[in-house]
Design a protein around this ligand. Structure first.
Ligand SMILES: [Zn+2]
Ligand SMILES: [Zn+2]
Length: 161
C-alpha cells in the first residue's frame, strides 16, 4: 500500500513529537526538523540547510526524500512515524562545501553540511576546529585548516545534527 498523496495528515499545527526511549540521535534530528509549506503549497520537512519532499508512505511511516533528489541525484532521506523523525540519512551530495561564519558571540566558525565547528586553537596559519557539539555530545569530530583551506578532517560525529 503505497500512495503519493500530498499534504495529508500532518499539515496543521506542529507535529507530535512522540519519541521516547529511542536513540538519542533520532531525538536530535526530531528537535531540528521543522514542518513547513513549500512555495507550491506542499508540505516539506526542513532539517538545517536541507529540505525534504514527502515521497511515499507505508502504514504510519512516511519517507521524505531530499528536494535535490532529481536534480542532484541526492540520496539523503528522512523517515518519520507520526511526525517524529526516526531516521535521517544525511548523505547529501550538494551544499556540502564548507563555509565560514560568525557565531552570536562574534567568533568565527566553520560550517560543513549540518555541522558547525568552533575554533579551538591557531598556530601560525594553521587552525584546529572542533565540532560545536564536542561538549554536549562528546563528539570528537575535528577539522584542520591551513589559511582557510581544509587539509584534514577527523573523528566522527556522535550525533545527527
Ligand atoms: Zn540532499
Ligand atoms: Zn559532531
Amino acid at each position: 500500500m503505497i500512495s503519493n498523496r500530498q499534504g495529508i495528515g500532518l499539515v496543521s499545527g506542529p507535529p507530535e513529537l512522540s519519541l521516547t526511549g529511542r536513540k538519542a540521535t533520532a531525538e536530535d534530528a526530531t528537535s531540528h526538523a521543522r514542518y513547513v509549506l513549500s512555495t507550491r503549497g506542499t508540505q516539506v520537512i526542513e532539517m538545517g540547510r536541507y529540505r525534504f519532499n514527502r515521497e511515499k508512505e507505508f502504514a504510519r511511516k512516511v519517507r521524505w526524500s531530499c528536494v535535490k533528489k532529481r536534480k542532484s541525484k541526492c540520496t539523503a532521506f528522512v523517515t518519520t512515524i507520526e511526525g517524529a523523525v526516526v531516521k535521517y540519512n544525511q548523505k547529501h551530495n550538494h551544499n556540502t562545501e564548507p563555509c565560514f561564519g560568525v557565531s552570536q558571540r562574534g567568533e568565527r566558525n566553520l560550517i560543513i553540511g549540518d555541522h558547525r565547528y568552533n575554533k579551538e586553537k591557531t598556530t601560525g596559519c594553521k587552525t584546529r576546529w572542533v565540532c560545536s557539539k564536542k561538549r554536549s555530545k562528546r563528539c570528537n569530530a575535528f577539522v584542520i585548516t591551513l589559511d582557510d583551506v581544509i587539509v584534514k578532517t577527523g573523528g566522527e560525529h556522535m550525533h545527527i545534527m
